[in-house]
Write a protein that binds this ligand. Sequence first.
Ligand code: ZN
Length: 167
Amino acid sequence: MSILSIKTYPARVLKEKAEAVKSIDGRLQQLIENMIETMYDASGVGLAAPQVGVSKRLIVIDTAYREQGKSGLVVIINPEIVYQEGQAGGIEGCLSLPRFTVAVDRSARVYVRGIDVDGNPVEIESTGLFSRALQHEIDHLNGVLLIDRLNPVQKQNLSGSFLKLNQ
Ligand SMILES: [Zn+2]
C-alpha cells in the first residue's frame, strides 16, 4: 500500500465528471487500498478517486473513525443518490481545499446505491455526518467542490481571499 498525493484546487481532474467503473480488477483494488490509507493518513472522513487524480466513480468514507476512534469504513463503487430528504446545515472542509472550511446545506437523509469491492450491490440509508460525507464525496464524482456549493453572500465574502489562501 502507499499514500497517494491529494490533488488540490484548481487541479482540472477535480472539475471533471468521473467515469463509471466497469470492472473490479486488481488495479482497482490496489487503488482502493491506497485511497483508504491516504484518507486515514490525511485524517479525512472521506476521499473520492478524482482527489487522487483518477477520474472514476469510487469513494471511501469512514466517519466513525473520527467520531469514535473505531473503523466504520465504507467503500462504494459507482455510488448514486436515489433518494434524499430534509435539510441539514453543517461545517465542511475538503482535503482538496486545504485550510478552508465553510457552512454548507445538505440533505438530512440520503439513500445511496452502488457496488462494494466484491461487486455486490450495496444500499445505504444515512443521516448525520455519514450522510453529509456521502453527499460531499459524490459531489466530487460530478466535478462539484465545496466552493461550488456556496450561496451568493458566502461567495462575495470569499472572493479574493480564497485564492490568496491557496497561493
Ligand atoms: Zn472533498
